[in-house]
Design a protein around this ligand. Structure first.
Ligand SMILES: Nc1ncnc2c1ncn2[C@@H]1O[C@H](COP(=O)(O)OP(=O)(O)OP(=O)(O)O)[C@@H](O)[C@H]1O
Ligand SMILES: [Mg+2]
Length: 268
């Protein structure tokens, strides 16, 4: 693997944020969709790249997996130029759709040279080398597999959603070890953007205990904003909408707008 080649091709200070946690259902896709929509609404041109074979980020904002070429074909063929699709009602939001064929990525990508940088090379082939985007989000599958390593190797930053539940902290060491591995082997410039607590229920002691523990261990790496458990957030993807379109006045929308502000103020 080549050291530190990750995002060299992306011009103009584009922030490439991998949203990863090997635990399933912790709010990765919800965070990607809603942060991307809020940033685009704040006039920051934003691209979502859905590298999860489940394609939830794709369907969650009302798109279908693109074919001819699929994302996997685009990852494999250096001659193909990715062609992101603009969101119809949110100016500045674009998507490179996922594809179910990515389930085979482990096998097909690893037969190629430098497989960990397949996503990084794809981003470098974006029109104008991606310089039109302020932010690119990589929605990862719930696994520390080659796709997630690709995201960590292509990103400038890692964002880890942490669900406010009992076992949340146990799994964190695994994703943080993968972060270290990527820094040491594939992407020396990768930075931990932070951890964000999701599905918080302020009425339960458990949520409060998880938050206290998380802040005790990870200090200022934990975003001040926490995302509440909010039924509107869980309904929005079935309507193919980010929360700011589905219910702007919900607690979920408010939380993701606050988190967006924190990210903008963070200089990331
Ligand atoms: N803050 C929230 N409040 C209520 N429901 C939520 C919240 N965040 C996410 N959900 C719901 O929880 C489920 C899992 O969320 P999501 O798909 O974002 O997690 P994920 O980490 O991307 O999952 P996977 O690991 O399968 O990719 C979804 O049904 C989603 O709508
Ligand atoms: Mg997901």
């Amino acid at each position: 693997m080549t050291e530190g080649t990750a995002h060299r091709g992306l011009a103009g200070g584009t922030r490439v944020i991998a949203v990863a946690n090997q635990k399933g259902g912790v709010g990765k896709t919800t965070t990607v969709i809603n942060l991307a929509a809020c940033l685009a609404a704040s006039h920051k041109s934003t691209l979502i790249v859905d590298i999860d074979p489940q394609c939830n980020a794709t369907s969650g904002i009302g798109f279908e997996p693109q074919e001819n070429p699929t994302l996997l074909e685009q990852l494999l063929d250096p001659q193909l130029t990715p062609n992101p699709i603009p969101h119809p009602t949110i100016p500045g939001l674009e998507l490179l759709t996922g594809c179910p064929e990515l389930v085979a990525s482990e096998k097909v990508l690893s037969s190629r040279p430098d497989p960990a940088h397949s996503v990084a090379r794809l981003l470098q082939r974006l029109p104008r080398e991606g310089e039109g985007y302020s932010y690119i989000f990589l929605d990862c599958p719930p696994s520390l597999n080659l796709l997630t390593l690709n995201a960590l190797s292509a990103a400038t930053h890692l964002l880890v959603p942490v669900q406010a539940e009992y076992f949340a902290l146990e799994g964190l060491t695994d994703i943080l070890e993968s972060f270290q591995f990527a820094r040491e082997n594939t992407n020396s410039e990768l930075t931990l953007l932070g951890l964000v607590l999701t599905m918080v229920d302020i009425r339960t002691n458990l949520s409060q205990e998880v938050e206290t523990e998380l802040r005790k261990h990870y200090g200022n790496k934990v975003f001040r904003t926490t995302v509440p458990r909010n039924v509107r957030l869980s309904e929005a993807p079935s309507h193919g909408m980010p929360i700011i379109l589905y219910d702007l006045w919900s607690r979920g929308a408010k939380a993701y707008m606050e988190l967006t502000k924190e990210i903008l103020n963070h200089g990331a």
